[in-house]
Structures are given as structure tokens and as C-alpha cells.
Design a protein around this ligand. Structure first.
Ligand SMILES: [Zn+2]
Length: 258
């Protein structure tokens, strides 16, 4: 049985509920680049970078699933870096499928639930609502916040990064936590954390003002890296759809250091 890019894209759309999911226009969820096909190997990467595309080509993969697609910069001339990415894709006949917020919020394949599991945390409530959908997760625990930071750091280091935190008061324990992967630290998430008695927010990154604001709202923020915190969803989806289709798959590590 052969599978083409459009078939596989439809399967992923259904699996993670892309239709009707709120999203930023630039994310352009779904099949972004077609290929001649059929699909013979699936690869997953966080970013549709030249490094990831080259790695996919080196592995003989011709269907690349990414979390951050090709069009974040909006409409732009196909010159320079944009041209190089597309040329690499066409020369290697690689299709690109991108899934952004549906892959953050999904209860089984989402970056947020999977990061919680990595940190030994069990989600019980939603967090970080965006246009009616909760992107993040929250829950209860009773652990020294230092230990949670160490776990997050060990996880980040496996993906070429590191975790840092705002000042952790001596003896601070994490009793109510929230996770919002990627660029999840913002005034909005800090306000929501304070309003819902969250004492520890685990995220990828955020602007400097979030580190100023967090202690004033009684929240410790753990920044575990945008890249690291968004490695899990694409890999989980690639594994599921490739296995279901009887295709080999792999995760392509291309850390940004952030
Ligand atoms: Zn992201």
C-alpha cells in the first residue's frame, strides 16, 4: 500500500484535530509543500530549517513534519534563505507538513501534556486559553521547585539547551504548576497564573519583562527553552502516523540553543 503526501496530511489533520482549531495565520497548518511521492520515510523536526531539511534528505525521508512551518515571516520574495530552503526541498523531493497550536494543545500528542509527563507532572486542568481553546495544562504537585528546575534542565540539555528560572525563594515548593511550551511566558499567562494560584510556570521562553513581573505576581518561571519544550509533539505524531502507515520514521535533532 502506498501513501502520498495528501493522504498522510489528511491522516494527521484528523489525528490532531486541525480543522477549526484556532491558529495564527502565519502558521498555515497542514501540507505546506507537496512532493512527487509516494511517502517512503517520515521525519519530524521542530523547525522547517535548512538544517532539518538537509538532515531529512540525508536520512532518505521525503515527508517532514514540523511544528514551526515555512511561512512565519509572512509573504516574502523567494530569495536568499527562503529560496535555499525551497530549493533543498524540491531537489530532495521532500514534502512539508506543519502543525502549530493543534500540536501544542492536543491531549495525547500535545507538547504541553508530553512535557508534563517528562517532568513527572500529571495535568488536571487547562491553562493558557487562546480563542476558546486551552493551549497549556496545569496541575498540582508537592515538590521542591529547585528539583523541578533540575529536571527541566536535564531535559533541556538533552536537546542542546538549558533551563533557567526567576529567583526561587529558599525552600520554595511547587504546589500548583502550569506548562505553556514555546514562547509561553507573557503578561497574559502570568496574570492567569496569579489568578489561579499557580506558583510555578514552566515554559520555553519569554521576554525580559516576564522575569521582572513574575516575582511580583508570586510566580516562579522556569524557562526550559523554546526548542526543547517543543520537540515532543512532532515526534509523537510522526511515530503514530508512520507506524500506522507501515513507514519508517525518525526525529531530526536540530537544536537552536534557545
Ligand atoms: Zn513555538
Amino acid at each position: 500500500m502506498t501513501v502520498n503526501a495528501a493522504d498522510l496530511a489528511r491522516r494527521i489533520d484528523r489525528l490532531i484535530g486541525v480543522e477549526g482549531h484556532p491558529e495564527y495565520a502565519a502558521a498555515m497548518n497542514g501540507l505546506q509543500v507537496d512532493h512527487r511521492g509516494p511517502v517512503h520515510r517520515v521525519a519530524a523536526a521542530v523547525d522547517a530549517s535548512q538544517r532539518a531539511i538537509r538532515a531529512a534528505a540525508d536520512e532518505g525521508a521525503n515527508f517532514l513534519i514540523v511544528h514551526h512551518g515555512l511561512f512565519w515571516g509572512g509573504a516574502q520574495p523567494i530569495t536568499g534563505a527562503a529560496y535555499s530552503r525551497l530549493r533543498l526541498l524540491f531537489e530532495s523531493d521532500i514534502a512539508v507538513y506543519s502543525a502549530h497550536l493543534p500540536l501544542d494543545s492536543h491531549p495525547e500528542f500535545g507538547n504541553n501534556v508530553l512535557l508534563a509527563r517528562q517532568l513527572g507532572l500529571v495535568p488536571s486542568t487547562p491553562f493558557a486559553r487562546y480563542e476558546g481553546v486551552s493551549i497549556g495544562v496545569a496541575g498540582e504537585s508537592d515538590a521542591p521547585t529547585d528539583s523541578l528546575l533540575a529536571l527541566a534542565d536535564a531535559f533541556a540539555r538533552r536537546h542542546g539547551g538549558s533551563a533557567r528560572a526567576t529567583a526561587i525563594p529558599v525552600g520554595h515548593r511547587t504546589r500548583r504548576w502550569a506548562i505553556c511550551t514555546g514562547a509561553g511566558a507573557s503578561s497574559e499567562t502570568l496574570r492567569e497564573a496569579e489568578a489561579t494560584n499557580i506558583d510555578t510556570l514552566i515554559t520555553g521562553e519569554g521576554p525580559h519583562h516576564t522575569a521582572v513581573e513574575a516575582p511580583e505576581r508570586g510566580v516562579v518561571v522556569i524557562y526550559a527553552g523554546h526548542y526543547a519544550t517543543e520537540t515532543l509533539g512532532v515526534a509523537a505524531v510522526a511515530e503514530r502516523v508512520a507506524t500506522d502507515a507501515g513507514l519508517p520514521w525518525s526525529f531530526l535533532s536540530a537544536p537552536t540553543g534557545l
